[in-house]
Design a protein around this ligand. Structure first.
Ligand code: FAD
Length: 446
């Protein structure tokens, strides 16, 4: 039964997934995407951005039966491999045995989602169509075809803005009365670098781990690709003594890498080319409220809550938007005039919480993962979690391996911080951390 026409702006990760959900609910869906069809574009060497997919993402994919398609193109990462300046390796398991986050190529994931969307009977994707404006009263979107430079208007019974952090749909909402909006840039940016595969196609480092080189102000991470390579991301300040702006020559770069990330230098034969050719990108945090305009327009994904990437939850939270919206469709019998404001209301605190957690995790990743006190604390928490899983779930597990609302995970994490601060202050904790005395103290504080 056709329930009406839906317009989706942006065929990125969230828009493509959302289209499948809406089609399964009986809507006729038209997606308008600014870029050309990436499935027909040539892959640009050294631009193989990959991302970590975790439980919330899987729940959304499995919710419409496409998780297994994506599992085929993903690599499990069971823990962090921390690289010290001296090249020593420390492995930290992320969760329980077999719990993993999954490395997947953004491009492959997006292509697969578009392919699966187009297999639905009622989904059409139109490429090279840039949204210029949304008429909030008439439900019309003004589009410009970037190939033929022609403008047109299309009507939808409702419109979803999944057009990313610089959403045109949101811009229209910003001109509306009583719409809160904030945009903050980090002083760090990022650049993609590559560790290629060995000649036989194997990986040069442990493949089932997320590699981290934590160095305070600088941080390098690497995620495995299916072709044996790793995509690395250098997080680096834009300005300062050592920064994107200060590294001007090949000699500057070589001197920086051999001092700060010495064990990567040999692994990156194209470092100099990649560094000077790949773009430097900024990191933006976007918050806004409300996410809907009546029953006409709803923002999802980065369009309403772009966060920094340090918890690997931007896409996962956007996918979870689809799960929550789908649940509310049932609860509200598909009545958009009640479910749109409700979605905006229930989801906003969770988006704010993951934004906060992601900022905190930057500090944890770049400063703490190499710190012995932090590592001991993680060891104690892991032990308590293993023995008393119903009483203590570490914050990372709540965020990554559960669907506990982000806002509840943040609150519980703050409570756990309070307990662990007291425990870590106990004299001689490094010798008696595994004792019954410490275990009892933690349990009594819960
Ligand atoms: C360095 C980095 C690493 C990351 N790693 C992870 C990770 O490991 N795990 C994770 O969960 N998240 C990660 N993220 C976050 C993740 O990339 C985003 O949260 C996710 O891409 C959001 O999906 P989206 O569909 O909302 O937006 P996007 O992916 O940005 O898609 C928006 C789409 O809309 C289109 N569009 C834009 N404007 C218009 C317009 N005017 N008209 C029509 N179409 C338009 C765009 O072309 C695009 O296709 C990372 C982000 C960064 C920057």
């Amino acid at each position: 039964m056709n329930k009406g026409k839906v317009t989706i702006l942006g065929a990125g990760l969230v828009g493509s997934l959302l289209s499948i959900y809406m089609s399964k609910r009986g809507y006729k869906v038209s997606i308008f995407e600014r870029r050309p069809d990436m499935r027909k574009e040539q892959i640009v060497a050294g631009r193989s951005i990959n991302m970590a997919l975790s439980d919330r993402g899987w729940t959304a994919l499995d919710g419409i039966g496409i998780g297994d398609e994506i599992r085929k193109i993903s690599i499990p990462m069971y823990g962090r491999m921390i690289h010290s300046v001296k090249g020593e390796l420390t492995y930290q398991q992320y969760g329980k045995e077999n719990e993993a986050i999954y490395s997947v190529s953004r491009r492959e994931l997006n292509c697969k989602l578009m392919e699966l969307a187009e297999k639905q009977p009622d989904v059409e994707i139109y490429f090279n169509e840039r949204c210029l404006d949304v008429d909030l009263e008439s439900n019309e979107v003004v589009l410009e075809n970037l190939k033929v430079n022609q403008k047109k208007k299309v009507y939808g019974d409702c419109i979803f803005g999944t057009d990313g952090a610089f959403s045109a749909a949101r811009l229209k909402m910003q001109m509306n009365d009583r719409f809160d909006y904030s945009q903050t840039y980090l002083k760090h940016g990022y650049k993609e670098l590559t560790i290629p595969a060995n000649a036989d196609g194997s990986w040069k480092m442990e493949k089932n781990a997320l590699h981290i080189w934590p160095r305070g102000e600088y941080m390098l991470i690497a995620l495995p690709n299916q072709d044996g390579s790793f995509t690395c991301t250098l997080f680096f300040p834009f300005d300062g003594e050592r920064s994107f702006n200060s590294i001007k020559t090949e000699a500057d770069l070589v001197s920086f890498f051999t001092e700060i990330f010495p064990d990567t230098f040999e692994l990156m034969p194209t470092l100099i080319h990649d560094y000077f050719h790949n773009p430097t990108a900024s990191l933006v945090l976007i918050k806004c409220e409300p996410w809907n305009y009546k029953d006409k327009l709803m923002l999802l994904g980065d369009a309403s809550h772009a966060i920094v990437p340090f918890y690997g939850q931007g896409m996962n939270s956007g996918f979870e938007d689809c799960t929550v919206l789908n649940r509310l469709f049932d609860e509200h019998n598909g009545n958009l005039s009640t479910l749109f404001p409700e979605f905006s209301k229930v989801r906003k605190p969770d988006a704010d919480a993951i934004a906060e957690l992601a900022l905190r995790n930057f500090i944890e990743m770049r400063d703490l993962v190499g710190d012995p006190v932090f590592l001991l604390r993680k060891k104690i928490e892991a032990k308590i979690f293993q023995k008393f899983p119903e009483k203590w779930m570490p914050l990372y597990s709540m965020v990554t391996f559960s669907d506990i609302p982000y806002s509840e995970a943040l609150a519980e994490g703050i409570r756990q911080d309070g307990i662990m601060e007291k425990i870590m202050a106990i004299p001689g904790i490094e010798d008696k951390w595994d004792s019954k005395e410490i275990e009892d103290m933690i349990l009594n504080n819960l």
